[in-house]
Design a protein around this ligand. Structure first.
Ligand code: BES
Ligand code: MN
Ligand code: MN
Length: 460
């Protein structure tokens, strides 16, 4: 108990230092989806590696075919102590002033108790709360009460598979009794959430090719099927009027929700008013017969994420474009195989393509859905950690977002995974003016310190 107290004291006395470190990390634009930022992604990995090295963790940056992995370990607690794996991602979504940021997304600043920057909550800020807890144990006491492994990846936001490959090929190195990650959301500051389900995802790009070059729309208009029209015709047929995905066999593997599951989901309050406030959209849409939480957490979807083609610049250009394209993704639930779903969407697109154009549906990336055991000792340790570190008992929720690593760790390492979120859906992740509450960072660090203690002693 003395050690726990010392770790908590150390954290309490060093928050300002932790925040200035986090701000340094946030200032590195580690945008993994854009090759122009490759060197910055590398720099963010090195920054994290240097920090972990400064804590005297044995640390390596591991080169991959994509962005580097940062792996660190501290195994001095001895073989009779449990081993914990901490996962985080140091890459971020793209961000530009033009998207509505009020200032540069990579010049972090603190205002009214919030730190603003791309990555503030997703995931540098949340991951750094876990690492700050490690620092508190290592610096505030003589060491950790358990063996620790840390893996940070730089391809989470770009759907990269380097970590999945590492998990498969180097499974021994990552072996641990459980993995904890902070990359999800809570209901509000006084209501912590442990996420027990994440959806899978498969991302695709549909290209429609019409004439071999852009054509004068007066000279040829009326004689050529416009690829944009063909594209929107196809896209418009991918849902029916009940909000269901109109891809044959799309729902074949989806297990119906049991009445107990529906009751559990209904018990977690999520009102239409809250949904309205978060989204700013006029009224909800979606699959008939399902509540908002069920649509988001427990049902699969097909989404059009972007569309392009023709001329949309200043002025006007009288043109029939040669091509049009759309980015499409499906969110998947338990038992839906991303590649099987891709094949089914592809078959559907082929069937819907008129003979006047050619279509191609290209596979981009994917991740499996996952749900985790609520009864593991690690989960019980996490509940106690929130009670003591956050000051409130967590509720359990399924999330609509995706964290492909969860299924990879379960599948290849048989590891319980604890999704211990410290963020809020209103933090602006993936959107403009992303931020993270310093108070939530502080409680997150405390919770993570308690989790290390509870996990180390979970078997008595
Ligand atoms: N941290 C998010 C996922 C998330 C956010 C889960 C909020 C639960 C609550 C993660 O960084 C993310 O954005 N994942 C991507 C994965 C994709 C690019 C493979 C997603 O969900 O779109
Ligand atoms: Mn994330
Ligand atoms: Mn993200």
């Amino acid at each position: 108990m003395m050690m726990l107290h010392n770790a908590l004291e150390y954290a309490k006395n060093n928050y300002d230092q932790a925040i200035s470190r986090l701000i340094e990390w946030l200032a590195i634009p580690s945008v993994s989806t854009d090759p122009a930022y490759k060197a910055d992604v590398q720099r963010a990995a090195e920054w994290a590696a240097n920090y972990l090295r400064s804590l005297e963790l044995h640390t390596e940056t591991i080169a991959t075919t994509g962005h580097p992995l940062v792996y660190a370990e501290w195994l001095q607690a001895g073989p009779d102590r449990p081993t914990l794996l901490i996962y985080g991602h140091y890459d971020v979504q793209p961000a530009a002033i033009a998207d509505g940021w009020t200032s540069d997304p990579f010049t972090p600043f603190v205002r009214d108790g919030l730190v603003y920057a791309r990555g503030a909550t997703d995931d540098k800020g949340q991951a750094f709360a876990q690492l700050t807890a490690v620092e508190a144990w290592l610096r505030g006491t003589k060491g950790l009460p358990l063996n620790l492994k840390v893996i940070l990846e730089g391809e989470e936001e770009s759907g990269g598979r380097s970590l999945a490959q590492f998990v498969q090929e180097q499974s021994k190195r990552l072996r641990a009794d459980a993995c904890v990650l902070s990359d999800t959301s809570m209901a509000h500051i006084d209501q912590p959430v442990i996420t027990f389900g994440v959806r899978g995802i498969v991302a695709m790009e549909l290209t429609i090719q019409g004439p071999s070059n852009d054509l004068h729309s007066g000279m040829y208009g009326g004689s050529v099927l416009n690829p944009i029209k063909a594209l929107v015709d196809i896209l418009s047929q991918l849902h029916d009027h009940e909000g269901r995905v109109a891809v044959p066999h799309f729902y074949d593997e989806v297990r119906p929700l049991s009445s107990a599951e529906r009751a559990a989901m209904a018990a977690v309050a999520y009102s239409e008013a809250q949904w309205q406030q978060e989204t700013g959209a006029p009224i909800p849409w979606g699959e008939n017969g399902y509540s908002l939480s069920e649509r988001i957490g427990a049902r699969p979807t097909l989404e059009i994420n972007g569309i392009s083609g023709g001329y949309a610049g200043v002025g006007f250009k009288a043109v029939i474009p040669a091509q049009a394209s759309a980015k499409i993704s499906c969110r998947l639930v338990a038992d839906q195989d991303p590649l099987v779903i891709y094949e089914r969407v592809k078959d559907t697109v082929e069937r819907l393509t008129p003979p006047q154009v050619k279509s191609e549906l290209r596979y981009l990336s994917s991740g499996w859905p996952a749900s985790v055991d609520l009864e593991s000792p690690a989960m019980r340790a996490a509940v106690r950690a929130y009670e003591q570190g956050w000051g409130a008992s967590p509720i359990f929720k399924r999330e609509g977002g995706s964290l492909p690593i969860v299924a990879d760790l379960q599948k290849h390492l048989g590891m319980p995974v604890i999704m211990m979120g410290f963020g809020l859906n209103s933090d602006g992740l993936h959107g403009p003016n992303e931020h993270f509450s310093l108070e939530m960072f502080r409680r997150g660090v405390q919770t993570a310190i308690h989790f290390i203690h509870e996990f180390a002693h979970m078997n008595g």
